[in-house]
Write a protein that binds this ligand. Structure first.
Ligand code: PSU
Ligand code: MN
Length: 305
């Protein structure tokens, strides 16, 4: 069935038709996860990295009543300037389309758009998850439910430890979402290669990772896969130092009475502030690394079809 809201660029549409590798990218990381103007360079470079590997990047957003898969340079800049750009999760999609608001896609909505377009691999920084204190706030990212339902693999550096990582992994287990380690047994904690938690299974080659994806979806099993790809060692930050920074950001959020969808962006910007931008340099590098690995997995996956 033709989806009249979906707008895929000619390049991406053609690539998918010819079974060429395509990697989806989110825009919330640009509009609400990184500062302007640093995000401008990132948005272009992450796409270049995917191209250099031999895959095609597909950044997603909601613009002018359309679900956009693949953005022009100008559209990327709009998302980076983030002027009046909202953060769109699954519940917001219809509202943003019908009212023609500009929206940045989270992991959840990028998965939705990728699936609609026929893209199976998506690269980001970190996924949302079960927040610390969720037993009282019930703050659980819609990303997890999307992973339970939507057939897209998300290459990420795990999750930030501002989340409750053990509870996040329990949720994914309950929902039947495989959490695979790219060359590691440890589930990474974004800036750190280890969180203290384990992945379900370590996979050492891109071809084998692609084979797991193909097998899961050949079986008709619904839902996505978390591909946990640790930050390169040279950019890793100290776990205890980051823990202290994260706790400070959590305190500030409590004091400022931050709730709901504002929580994650608030915490991210405070973490950056408290680390004088050191954490941001690591954030960039882990996202570039995820893009590179996602492209390689997408290339292997395309060979298997
Ligand atoms: N974690 C990060 N950086 C981010 C996000 C999460 O380290 O930019 C963004 C992603 O777009 C993710 C969203 O999907 O925040 C989760 O928000 P929430 O917790 O409100 O579901
Ligand atoms: Mn939330």
């Amino acid at each position: 069935m033709e989806n009249k809201y979906l707008s895929v660029t000619d390049e991406i549409r053609q690539a998918l038709k010819e079974n060429k590798p395509v990697v989806a990218l989110e825009s919330t990381i640009l509009s609400h996860g990184m500062p302007f103007p640093e995000n401008m360079e990132f948005s272009h470079k992450v796409e270049e990295i995917i191209r250099a590997e031999g895959a095609i990047p597909a950044t997603t957003a909601i613009i002018g009543g359309k679900l956009k898969v693949g953005l022009t340079g100008e559209e990327l800049d709009v998302m980076c300037k983030a002027d009046g750009v909202g953060k769109v999760s699954r519940r917001d999609v219809a509202t943003y389309l019908a009212t023609k608001k500009t929206g940045a896609t989270t992991v959840a909505t990028t998965m939705m758009l990728a699936e609609m377009a026929g893209i199976r691999v998506f690269a980001t920084g970190g996924i949302g998850g079960v927040h610390r204190g969720a037993e009282t706030t019930m703050d659980i990212s819609a990303d997890l439910q999307e992973l339970a339902n939507t057939q897209v693999a998300v290459v990420c550096a795990g999750a930030k430890s501002l989340l409750d990582i053990p509870k996040t992994l329990e949720y994914l287990e309950t929902m039947g979402v495989p959490v695979l380690g790219m060359g590691t047994e440890d589930f990474p904690a974004f800036y750190c290669r280890r969180s203290g938690c384990k992945v379900d299974c370590r996979i050492d080659t891109y071809a084998e990772m692609a084979a797991v994806l193909k097998t899961k979806w050949d079986l008709g099993l619904k839902g996505g896969v978390v591909i946990a790809n640790p930050i390169p060692e040279e950019y890793e930050l100290d776990f205890d130092e980051m823990e202290a920074v994260i706790n400070r950001a959590l305190e500030a959020a409590k004091e400022a009475n931050i709730h709901g969808k504002d929580t994650t962006p608030f915490l991210l910007s405070h973490i950056k502030e408290y680390t004088n931008g050191v954490s941001f340099a690591s954030n960039l590098q882990l996202a570039y690394n995820n893009a590179r690995v996602a492209a390689r997995i997408a290339i292997e996956y395309a060979k298997m079809k």
